[in-house]
Design a protein around this ligand. Structure first.
Ligand SMILES: Cc1ncc(COP(=O)(O)O)c(C=O)c1O
Length: 480
């Protein structure tokens, strides 16, 4: 068990008291609010390296880096000091109406210099959702600037995750993000998301599956009318929708269709950006050449809320023309390019470079990927997928037919809870269990993460057997 610094809990705070006050006051994102009233929160009080500790002093390995973001772990002093220094120098300022500050300028230069394909300018925002919302608005603004008022539709994909603001939630391809929120808005539609294991046909190769998806995209563009379709947005690797990887040749074929109909590509690098996939960018890993890129999360190691949208030169040129015509580019958030968030992001990018975090990821990733794949033969495991330091294990009720559990049975959620008990925080995306640890994780910590997962998996296997949820016919030896 790692040593964490002595806690600095509020005197007198205890679990029951915190739970009562939390339930009385807070609405939690992505939470069953009724269940929360009964169960209350897990109060995390402090962190060190890849570990966090709860209010009772129990330590957890953070296998999802918080929400896919705490790349440098939970105790990087340089980030705290960068924030403090900037707080003392210029704690707040804005970038509206020709204002700038040195740290924002330096961050923009740095980020553009790192882009996977040439990018011209960067616009800072506070969250991935705002970055994607801004991308949507700029697609519309751009096409108005070019005198193409009909070319406005944006293609997203089933299972995509792009955030929760009105346009970003519309881009997100998960039913619960639309249901009863009266979404999606007009001009956004979804095509199939790629997942060969689930949707590849019997006897169909990955390449043939990719061709089928590209054909189907082309048919949809033709049906909508190519003069109405402006852009496609995509995560290089779908994250919150289940950690889903494009099949071989997918991006080559999809991009050929997009180019044919003059449809721009927006890469949502909010999870994949900054070394996660074993390259600096997921676009490089997947062979994407985007016209716009959004990034967030590991941009500041999650220490500060900052995100960015990078755009190519032709798009920037159109914005300039349009803002000249209108007299102003009327978009921006009070905290766009905030000096403190910018200082922390800049320090984060410097650390990636100085410590060569990318080489570290490449060195330890095989340990995680091989370790995950050791579960492939387990009777509950349908598919193991991953690259770099991101992966998922999909649980199934029947390994042979790939039948999923009924979502109401909450098998993934059960495993997640058992993992907590074994000192591991992961994320259950339905019955796909996601792994996305801090990038600084060591091989020994990877082993610990997988050992703890193995315990949770065994508990879950026992539970599904006891409740008769698994198809025992397909697990003859182990079921006995
Ligand atoms: C790929 C992707 N895009 C966008 C977002 C939205 O970011 P935020 O929660 O900062 O608004 C997320 C969040 O998880 C994400 O994973």
């Amino acid at each position: 068990m790692p040593t964490l610094p002595i806690g600095t809990q509020t005197p007198g705070s205890d679990r029951k008291d915190s739970a009562r006050r939390d339930i009385a006051t807070a609405i939690h994102p992505y939470t069953n609010l009724k269940l929360h009233e009964a169960e209350g929160p897990l109060v995390i009080s402090e962190g060190q390296g890849v570990f966090v500790r709860d209010q009772d002093g129990k330590t957890y390995l953070e296998g999802l880096a918080g929400l896919w973001c705490v790349s440098l772990g939970f105790s990087e002093r340089r980030l705290a000091e960068a924030a403090y220094r900037q707080m003392l120098r210029l704690p707040a300022y804005h970038t509206f109406a020709h204002k700038a500050h040195e740290v924002g300028i330096e961050l923009a230069e740095k980020l553009l210099s790192m882009a996977p394909v040439p990018m011209s300018k960067v616009f800072f925002v506070n969250s991935g959702s705002e970055a994607n919302d801004t991308a949507v608005k700029l697609v519309w603004y751009y096409n108005n600037a070019l005198g193409r008022p009909r070319k406005k539709k944006i293609i997203s994909r089933a299972k995509a995750y792009h955030g929760v603001t009105v346009a970003s939630a519309s881009l997100t391809g998960l039913p619960n993000n639309h249901r009863d929120f009266d979404l999606p808005i007009a001009n956004i539609f979804h095509v199939e998301g790629p997942h060969y294991y689930r949707y590849g046909l019997a006897g169909e190769s990955e390449e043939a599956y990719a061709s089928r998806l590209a054909d189907s995209l082309e048919q949809r563009i033709l049906k909508e009318g190519p003069d109405t379709v402006a852009a496609m947005i995509a995560e290089p690797i779908i994250g919150a929708g289940g950690v889903l990887f494009p099949p071989a040749t997918y991006w080559d074929k999809i991009q050929a269709v997009l180019r044919k109909y003059d449809v721009m590509l927006i890469a949502d690098e909010v999870i994949c950006g900054f070394c996660r996939t074993g390259n600096m960018w997921g676009s490089t890993t997947c062979g994407m050449q985007p016209d716009m890129i959004t990034c967030a999360k590991a941009l500041s190691s999650g220490y500060m809320p900052i995100a960015a949208l990078m755009i190519s030169e032709p798009i920037y040129d159109a914005l300039v023309a349009q803002s000249e015509k209108i007299g102003i580019f009327s978009h921006g958030f009070t905290y766009s390019g905030h000096p403190v968030t910018s200082a922390v992001a800049l320090e984060t990018l410097k650390i990636y470079e100085e410590r060569d975090i990318l080489s570290h990821v490449r060195a330890v990733a095989p340990r995680m990927q091989a370790g995950l794949r050791r579960f492939a033969d387990h009777p509950l495991v349908g598919e193991v997928r991953g690259t770099g330091l991101i992966g998922a294990i999909e649980l199934v009720a029947d390994k042979t037919t790939k039948a999923s559990f009924d979502p109401a049975q909450g098998v993934g959620a059960f495993l997640n809870k058992r993992a907590h008990q074994h000192g591991l925080i992961l994320r259950a995306l339905g019955d796909s269990i996601a792994f996305c640890p801090p990038l600084i994780i060591s091989e020994a910590e990877i082993d610990l993460m997988l050992d703890r997962f193995a315990l949770a998996l065994e508990d879950t296997f026992k539970m599904v057997q006891e409740r008769g949820l698994v198809n025992n016919a397909s697990v003859p030896a182990l079921a006995k």
